[in-house]
Design a protein around this ligand. Sequence first.
Ligand code: 5AD
Ligand code: SF4
Ligand code: FES
Length: 350
Amino acid sequence: KELKYIDDLFEREDLEDEKLLELIEAKDQVVLEHLYSKALEKKILHYDKSIYMRGLLEFTNICKQNCKYCGLRRDNMNVDRYRLTEDQIMDCCREGYRLGYRTFVLQGGEDSHYSDDRLVKIITNIRSSFPEAAITLSIGEKSYESYERYFQAGADRFLLRHETADEKLYNSLHPGGSYKNRVRCLKDLKKIGYQIGAGFITGLPGQTSTHLVKDLRFLKELDPHMIGIGPFIPHSETPLKNFNGGTVELTLKMVALTRLMIPKALLPSTTALGTIDSQGREKAIKAGANVVMPNLSPTDVREKYEIYENKICTGDEAAHCRQCIEKRINSTGSYVDMGRGDYVDWNASS
Ligand code: 5AD
Ligand code: SF4
Ligand code: FES
């Protein structure tokens, strides 16, 4: 019966909620293997066997938000906080460019030191130094006007996970935040003309399969260009330290279902998945993911960007990760694509 649901989902790119729920709860290894292989088949239809590379720059670990799951939350006093200077950021981009990266992801906490003027200056500088590279921002919730200024300055893409599409669960995990504003941000970003990235965490405390169906529904409706999915990993300096983390299996099921429901989305094989399972990233690629985001941050700040503990690659140079990840990708039967890796219909639709 579940095998039939999967084939149906493959054909129609949609499925009734009750059937999605059953697939989310599936345990049978035959069913899971079929789900992953159909998701891989769908990925190959739109993106061939290429895996796109993004160079990640974690430029500040200072954050005014207090997300209950995150090690960088404002109330965690045991974090060695840092900011990269504009020169350090440019140096990382140059190193990334030299290694072949053509997408730079500027990720950081919500740090008001980086005012709109400062951000515009940084974006303008990267844009003029690397005209053919894509600039992705991942800097949280801002006003329409701010998002528009970054776009005008040359930013192309913006990552802002919705985290969970259940409003109650969202609000309970984000003191001072609101689900409505999160969604407002995503819609503003899309309207301005960014390629947008949404996404969610699997295995959050209090999250049920019904919530995960909501995530798929929300994503189908929003139709973002990118969707990041990773397991919750408890951090000892947060209020959620005693909860269980998300599992590899649940995360892979959600990656595969997302590939089948929103077939053209760019789906990263996340570092969080690589952290809970040494083969996690390879497994995600075989279940329909097609993006990896190796770290370009200077090695001396890497372990300070501790959203969760035991994060992989914190001791490794960018050049080392570049080689390491290529071997891993090749081992799955896919290959590295160092191009910008835009959304498949991007030029047709823009
Ligand atoms: N476990 C897993 N993912 C986390 N994130 C933050 N904290 C954790 C954690 N403890 C994710 C959020 C955020 C992204 C950058 O990292 O989804 O959007
Ligand atoms: Fe800040 Fe992002 Fe961590 Fe939330 S998840 S506390 S916004 S760094
Ligand atoms: Fe960083 Fe393997 S990808 S060490």
